[in-house]
Design a protein around this ligand. Structure first.
Ligand code: ZN
Length: 443
């Protein structure tokens, strides 16, 4: 049994509690008691605000190599995608393992205890098969283990270069050829204590409705999280409406995918009927604001979805930055810009998206909350930096959500294991390994 005494902790309510004693045993929280005054003898003292583990619900680890290389110049999502494909083309299992391990270590340093890796880089260059069809996926699982974070490998079915089109050259690595071949490959991946295997429909551009139904059926049958990119771009809506007379969300509903364990990633350009469908199913919507702004995607109105009954989660997606505080506040601040109204999302609501609801959409309902029997993930944010000077206990959630940054995360516990101590990762040499991992895959 290890005992932690938190100066302040967020236990899921509207504000933070003072003097919270947390007992941890065998990777789980054994007890939680607030209002304990001073740190008792033998307890490890956690100064600052302690949060539950954060979930990065949408990641493409290899895109970390693009940071700083694709921000300049003009263009659109589609020109960015060409640059992204060039990096994807250079990766092999070894270089991907090194890059992903360091990228996940960067996440751990930012307080992320579970990552949802939306994985479509399945095969070798040009589509040639590795000896093990899951070699790239297994590299990602190993990377997460070495960075000491949990992973949900959201294995993605990707079949077409666009509706009715074969994969383009760079996309051949992504395609299994058919939904049945996707299913055979995914069936060979095993789950573990820190590994879940989920399913993804890349998008209704890259997966036809029949194949989408196969993927959804597999997820249902095996009780796995199911994710899809939904309406990130108006062009995706137009293509679906032109071909099928249905929006991407409606097509996903037709495929039998729309249930509470479904996560719509982005959900930026929705029609009112789409909002009703997602809300009515109590689905999750994973918003990735720093990527959406980087790619000029547009602003999703997340409060509409929350009001309709959907839950929200957050992802750093292309990793233009890895900072869940920035993602969280952007949900509210971007909506202010779009609507010229303030205060649709509370700090506690945004933290819930970053922690418990994010974990739930990745298939970890017992993580992301500080309560007895939950997985012992604790993220302690220092309140000592210049960014947070002047904080008061009553408003500390607002201070942290609207002004803290990833560098304010000082200590991170994952399943009771100390992964970050005093702002340093305990096993991965950072930033050196990340720098080297990126240099291997960029020209
Ligand atoms: Zn994505």
């Amino acid at each position: 049994m290890t005992t932690y005494w938190c100066e302040l902790a967020w236990l899921g309510g509207a504000g933070a509690e003072e003097g919270v004693l947390i007992e941890v045993e065998e990777g789980r929280i054994a007890s939680v008691a607030g209002g304990t005054g001073a740190s008792p003898p033998g307890a490890q003292r956690l100064n600052g605000l302690t949060l539950p583990g954060l979930a990065n619900a949408h990641s493409h680890a290899f895109q970390r190599a693009l940071r700083g290389r694709t921000q300049h110049g003009s263009g659109s999502f589609w020109t960015w995608r060409d640059q992204m494909y060039r990096v994807a083309d250079r990766l092999d299992p070894d270089s991907y393992l090194a890059l992903a391990r360091a990228t996940y270590a960067e996440m751990a340093l930012a307080g992320v205890t579970s990552v949802g890796e939306f994985h479509y880089l399945h095969h070798g260059a040009g589509g040639t098969r590795y000896a093990d069809d899951n070699e790239m996926g297994r590299a990602l699982i190993a990377a997460a283990a070495e960075a000491r974070v949990r992973i949900t490998l959201i294995d993605c079915c990707y079949l077409h270069g666009g509706i009715g089109q074969p994969p383009e050259a760079a996309q051949r690595r992504f395609s299994d050829g058919s939904a049945e071949a996707w299913l055979d490959r995914v069936d060979a991946l095993a789950e573990g204590q820190s590994v879940r295997i989920g399913a993804a429909i890349h998008s209704m551009r890259a997966v036809d409705p029949e194949a989408a139904a196969v993927v959804a059926g597999w997820a249902r049958e095996h009780d796995r999280p199911l994710h899809a990119h939904v309406s990130e771009q108006p062009a995706e809506n137009e293509a679906c409406l032109d071909t099928y007379g249905r929006t991407p969300t409606a097509l996903i509903a037709d495929a039998g995918a729309l249930e509470a364990d479904f996560t719509a990633v982005h959900a930026t350009h929705l029609e009112d009927g789409d909002v009703r469908l997602l809300g009515g199913a109590a689905a999750c919507c994973c918003v990735c604001p720093t990527t959406e702004r980087d790619l000029a995607d547009g602003i999703g109105r997340m409060s509409r979805l929350a009001d309709a009954g959907a839950s929200l989660s957050l992802g750093s997606d292309s990793h233009a930055v890895i900072d869940l505080f920035e993602e969280a506040r952007a949900v509210e601040l971007d909506e202010r810009l779009a609507t010229r109204e303030r205060g649709r999302h509370s700090a506690a609501g945004l933290l819930r998206a970053a922690s418990g609801d994010g974990h739930a959409c990745l298939g970890w309902p017992d993580a992301g909350r500080i309560e007895p029997r939950a997985r012992a993930d604790l993220v302690t944010v220092s309140l000592d930096s210049v960014r947070l000077a002047g904080w008061e206990p009553e408003q500390v959630l607002d201070s942290v959500v609207f002004a803290a940054g990833a560098p304010d995360v000082r200590h991170v516990l994952v399943d009771g294991n100390e992964v970050v101590r005093d702002g340093r990762h305990t096993t991965v040499e950072m930033p050196h390994e990340l720098h080297e991992g990126i240099r291997r895959v960029v020209a």
